[in-house]
Design a protein around this ligand. Structure first.
Ligand SMILES: CC(C)(COP(=O)(O)OP(=O)(O)OC[C@H]1O[C@@H](n2cnc3c(N)ncnc32)[C@H](O)[C@@H]1OP(=O)(O)O)[C@@H](O)C(=O)NCCC(=O)NCCS
Length: 159
């Protein structure tokens, strides 16, 4: 099944339609990232259906590393997964990295997320080594996850 999805810049008004992507703590991180996007440090994209319904969210953070863009917060509404939307989202964000003048895309994947890892492997990403990632969760706590860091040289043709 080929579903038509369009991608555009995330706008503040979109926050109320992104509850499928995570809880209030996650949405607070997204809201803070909008400020960084205005400063050119971050790119945020959403994918939407013809009726405007949001089905995909993802970003690139240019702050952690001067040579690459870090793919971030990748998420497709679970009712619309396995239709190729995640693949197109990654390609959109990779193009944003190239437009920013960088040639490497990086991301971290939790060790217990083999499905995401197989997607990135298929898209040309290769493992660089272990990494830790963390994000806020309910109750003011921070969730720390054991991850693998992956990288893709965007000058190489995609498989
Ligand atoms: C990871 C994630 C973003 C991928 O999004 P997605 O839209 O499902 O990705 P795609 O559809 O492009 O690819 C996923 C699968 O669909 C298959 N697929 C791709 N295009 C397809 C199509 N046209 N028809 C049917 N299947 C297709 C792919 O082969 C892939 O199979 P696999 O899971 O066995 O590797 C999504 O699963 C998600 O949001 N997961 C929860 C949050 C998460 O884990 N985020 C990543 C953190 S690193």
């Amino acid at each position: 099944m080929r579903l038509r999805v369009w991608f555009r810049v995330l706008e503040p008004a979109d926050l109320t339609d992104l509850d499928w992507s995570g809880g209030p703590e996650h949405l607070r991180v997204v809201a803070e990232a909008i400020g960084a996007a205005y400063a050119g440090e971050v790119v945020l994209r959403v994918g939407h259906l013809e009726n405007g319904r949001l089905v995909a969210l993802g970003g690139v953070d240019f702050r952690p590393d001067p040579e690459s863009g870090l793919l971030w917060m990748l998420s497709v509404d679970e009712r619309f997964q396995s239709l190729g939307i995640g693949t197109r989202l990654v390609h959109q964000l990779e193009r944003a990295i190239l437009r920013h003048g960088r040639t490497v895309a990086r991301l971290t994947v939790e060790l217990d997320n083999p499905r995401a890892a197989s997607l990135y492997r298929r898209l040309g990403y290769r493992q660089e080594g272990p990494a830790l990632d963390w994000w806020p969760v309910a109750g003011g706590r921070t969730y720390v996850a054991a991850c693998t860091r992956w990288a893709h040289d965007l000058r190489m043709p995609s498989p």
